[in-house]
Design a protein around this ligand. Structure first.
Ligand SMILES: [Zn+2]
Ligand SMILES: [Zn+2]
Length: 227
């Protein structure tokens, strides 16, 4: 295994949809350009829709078509990011003369954060003949996270852990387990299911061992340790 050098990049705040071990799909998290001016909405006033006031400089760049994201960035619209408010609740405490502490109320704290418009694109051969990611980057203005100053994440669908292993042709993963699950799918290796229903009581250990062996067998030869 080859050691790769580490870069220090910001860590992507949560967008995880949850990891499922039964569905081994490869996804690459990327930044999607969205002109913030496309998000200006009208509001309902007394049951009637009032369109938003579109002032000068509020034009939605996306309506221009073409490579609109280039102009959008030039205007300083920051299309790969959006600002969000994060709330946390803080207890207000009071201590009496005996040293007992009581919570007498709460305060809501607001923190503003700038987050990436992150989305996941499948480079999987089953989707658009494997051209999905390439097309998004080349024709739709999407950017890789590292090009936006953020650390890349594991390419197992829904997993957001930092990548530790890399194999050319397979991708970057947090663990050999995630790498091998994707390799198994890519190589068409049908994995033995581990019995969780108790239908084959007593055989769980055997099927689990078989599955572990299958996973080891599909492990690509060109694995590099990158984390
Ligand atoms: Zn814009
Ligand atoms: Zn992972």
């Amino acid at each position: 295994m080859v050691e790769a050098k580490k870069e220090t990049l910001e860590v992507l705040p949560g967008f995880s949809q949850g990891v499922r071990t039964g569905a081994a799909l490869r996804d690459i998290a990327v930044g999607q350009p969205i002109c913030p001016k496309s998000q200006i909405r009208g509001k309902m006033v007394a049951g009637n829709y009032e369109p938003p006031e579109i002032g000068p400089g509020d034009e939605n760049c996306q309506l221009a078509g073409g490579e609109w994201w280039v102009e959008c960035e030039k205007k300083g619209h920051d299309p790969y990011f959006r600002s969000v408010r994060m709330y946390s609740t803080i207890d207000i405490e009071e201590e009496d003369e005996d040293g007992n502490i009581f919570v007498t109320g709460t305060r809501k704290k607001v923190r503003k954060a700038r987050v990436v418009n992150a989305t996941q694109v499948s480079p999987d051969i089953a989707h658009n003949s494997g051209k999905g990611l390439y097309r998004k980057l080349k024709y739709f203005g999407y950017k890789r996270l590292k090009d936006l100053g953020f650390a890349e994440v594991c390419q197992y669908r829904g997993c957001q852990k930092p990548p530790m292993y890399k194999a050319e042709g397979y991708g970057d993963y947090c663990s050999l387990e995630h790498l091998n699950l994707i390799a198994a799918r890519q190589e068409g290796e049908y994995l033995t299911k581990t019995d969780t229903q108790g239908l084959n009581a007593g055989l769980e250990k055997m099927s689990d061992k078989k599955r572990q062996n299958q996973l080891r067998n599909v492990m690509p030869r060109n694995v590099e340790k990158i984390g």
